[in-house]
Ligand binder design. Structure first.
Ligand SMILES: [Zn+2]
Ligand SMILES: [Zn+2]
Length: 660
């Protein structure tokens, strides 16, 4: 009797065998209902074989094989197998997480009629600059596998390059996958794609779609009916029969890294997928990740540069440091910045004050007894949100009402310390009562609708001063915005996280890029106590390549990625001692001794040691050889699985870890 080998959504590194009298090899790639425990699950058939390793009598019988979609293709399984092996994730979890929810549930969802999106007026393509034209010419959708890094300064018109390449691929009869970091923040891009390709079937795929819509769009991509898929990181797994080009916009963005479950990088999986299919992939950014930059400098990736802004009238903004050591600040704002804002108001232009900290103040404290608003569940302070009078932990989400007096000594005179966007917004409004101040952060903009409304207000000139977090930094054109002021950036200069300078530089370069995108000249003022820091000097010179070279040299000397390869074992438990003891045991397992090219460090508490009542520790494994690390990891993981750990302890391995 035929035996089905079925992938189930379980954190177990094995497949499950079932007998099925009617099954044939043609069923590989189909979904199947199978009994599991006391219930039923939906799995995916990975193999149909004649015999099982188990006695046939012990195998349960599979239920219905679902034929409502075509079988998942071989290249989908190969991609999932690669991800499973590379990230040490269970194959079943990888396969099932790649499917939309509706295909994994028992009951078929009720179908609703779909309203087709309103037809857009087609927008003609603008003329390309010389640089854009050679960028388009450099990528050949029919030329086989190639990775291209498109390094384009802010405003250089990377999107137009994407659109031309998409056009090339469509003309060749191929599908295109365009990945963006956060779809809600990029309604302009989606509109540009749809209005350029009015004839094409464009679908989006991201986690905020309703389940039915996501399933419908996934099916359209899988059947080949949709020719352009615009998605976030999870879309990288979507099976597409005619895929001919992958584009990853803002490839440096941390959102491409999944931070729970299978901790994968959609960019890295994209590169593997392009190689597997023999197609080109384009990675675009004004501030590429150092990994991609090093690959391009080393000749492994092709390098395409857009050094000029696409609009010949728009020059890069002037970046200046405001040395705050010699200035008195009012609510953290210096006189030169206030004067610059006033000047913009008089000229009817917009200003943006960037402070990457939301809330009113990062902490509430009692000067009498030293009480501070700590989160009881995390190693973090509760942030004061005055708008709704709450104390809120930005890590675990727990919140309380703001106390009227100090909970420890009863002192009624408790103060907010430091400042966030709400406080800055209020103060700026007091300073400039005639101005329209608009705060843009995750507290004021929670949905795509709200975000679109905010963009409309900014474009319509209904705001004079924007106060915002990095939400505002991403790829938008605000033609009237001519001033960007940056507050509080210094704190990331000397962070213990060695990736912090790379991130800070990218963030500041992006936010500075908002100024002067049109004919009006832009100016950026960065308040700092370290005006001579090389990071700021590189910003003044708009010198990404120079700063990247400096950082890469530091990484090389310190033996950090991309010059070494890392995996992190993390454990969390109610008591730190248990987490550390577990990690210690993992560091002494036989595979550690047997793989001399892999170095294991001492277990340490994570920087944010407690989260939601769990203590967290980590253990770093590192090697100068990727193959050595990849050979070590599966053996190490298997050995770790056999450690007897306290029942409440959880652990996972993160390959190419991002946060420390
Ligand atoms: Zn007190
Ligand atoms: Zn918390």
């Amino acid at each position: 009797m035929p035996v089905l080998r079925v992938a189930l959504d379980l954190p177990l590194h094995r497949l499950f065998d079932y007998v099925a009298a009617e099954a044939s090899p043609a069923d590989v790639g189909r979904r199947v209902r199978v009994p599991f425990g006391r219930g039923e699950k939906i799995g995916v058939i990975v193999e149909v074989v004649a015999e099982s390793d188990w006695p046939l009598a012990q195998l349960k019988e599979a239920g219905e094989i679902l034929c409502d979609t075509a079988p998942l293709p071989d290249d989908f399984f190969a991609l999932c197998a690669f991800a499973s092996h590379y990230y040490q994730a269970a194959l079943g979890e990888v396969i099932l997480q790649a499917l939309p929810g509706g295909l994994k549930r028992m009951a078929a969802p009720t179908r609703r009629n779909v309203r087709a999106p309103a037809p857009l007026a087609p927008k003609p393509a603008p003329e390309l600059t010389t640089e854009q034209a050679s960028a388009v010419a450099a990528v050949d959708p029919a030329g086989g596998f190639a990775v291209h890094l498109l390094h384009g300064v802010t405003g250089s018109g990377k999107t137009e390059v994407y659109l031309r390449l998409i056009d090339k691929a469509l003309l060749a009869g191929r599908q295109v996958l365009l990945l963006v970091p956060e779809i809600n923040l990029t309604p302009q891009l989606e509109e540009r794609v749809r209005s350029r390709f009015v004839e094409a079937h464009v679908v989006s795929l991201h986690s905020e779609l309703a389940e039915a819509a996501r399933e419908r769009n996934w099916r359209a991509a899988f059947s080949g009916e949709a020719s352009i898929v615009l998605g976030t990181r999870l879309a990288i797994f979507t099976p597409m029969p005619r895929l001919g080009l992958i584009v990853i916009d803002e490839e440096h963005d941390p959102s491409f890294k999944q931070q729970d479950g299978m901790r994968y990088s959609a960019r890295d999986i994209g590169v593997f997928r392009a190689r597997q299919l023999g197609i080109p992939i384009l990675l675009g950014s004004a501030t590429p990740s150092l990994e991609s930059w090093a690959n391009a400098r080393g000749g492994r990736y092709g390098m395409i540069s857009l050094a000029q802004r696409a609009n010949p009238e728009a020059t890069l903004p002037t970046v200046r440091m405001v040395d705050t050591r010699r200035k008195t600040l009012k609510e953290g704002v210096s006189d030169p910045l206030i004067a610059a804002i006033r000047q913009r108001l008089e000229r009817g232009e917009q200003s943006l004050v960037f402070l990457n900290r939301r809330g009113y103040a990062p902490v509430l404290a009692c000067p009498a007894c030293g009480w501070v608003s700590r989160c009881t569940r995390c190693a973090a302070n509760m942030v004061l949100h005055l708008a709704d009078r709450r104390l809120r932990c930005h890590h675990c989400g727990c919140e309380h009402r703001v106390p009227k007096a100090c909970p420890t000594c009863g002192n009624q005179d408790i103060h907010p310390f430091g400042r966030g966007t709400q406080r800055l917004e209020g103060w700026l409004q007091e300073q400039f009562p005639e101005a329209r101040v608009l705060r843009v952060d995750r507290d004021s903009v929670k949905s795509r609708k709200q975000w679109e409304a905010v963009l409309e207000r900014i474009h319509g000139g209904e705001a004079d001063i924007l106060v915002g977090t990095q939400m505002l930094a991403k790829g938008h054109d605000f033609p009237k915005l001519t001033l960007v002021g940056v507050l509080g950036a210094d704190s990331a200069l000397f962070s213990a996280d060695w990736r912090a300078p790379e991130r800070l530089f990218a963030q500041l370069m992006q936010v500075a890029g908002r100024a002067g995108r049109a004919e009006l000249k832009g100016e950026v003022l960065i308040q700092t106590e370290y005006p001579d820091h090389p990071l700021y000097a590189a910003l003044v010179a708009h010198d990404y390549p120079g700063y990247a070279a400096t950082l890469l040299k530091e990484r090389e000397q310190a033996g950090f990625p991309p010059y070494s390869f890392q995996a992190m074992l993390r454990a969390e438990a109610p008591a730190m001692a248990d987490a550390i003891a577990f990690l210690k045991a993992a560091s002494l397992l036989p595979p550690v001794q047997e793989h001399e090219q892999v170095m294991i460090y001492d277990p340490i508490p994570m920087k944010m040691a407690r989260l939601a009542n769990l203590e967290r520790g980590q253990l770093l494994a590192e090697s100068f050889s990727r193959p050595a690390l990849q050979a070590f990891l599966p053996r190490w993981r298997e050995a770790i699985e056999s450690i007897k750990a306290p029942s409440k302890l959880r652990w996972h391995i993160e390959v190419d870890p991002f946060e420390f």
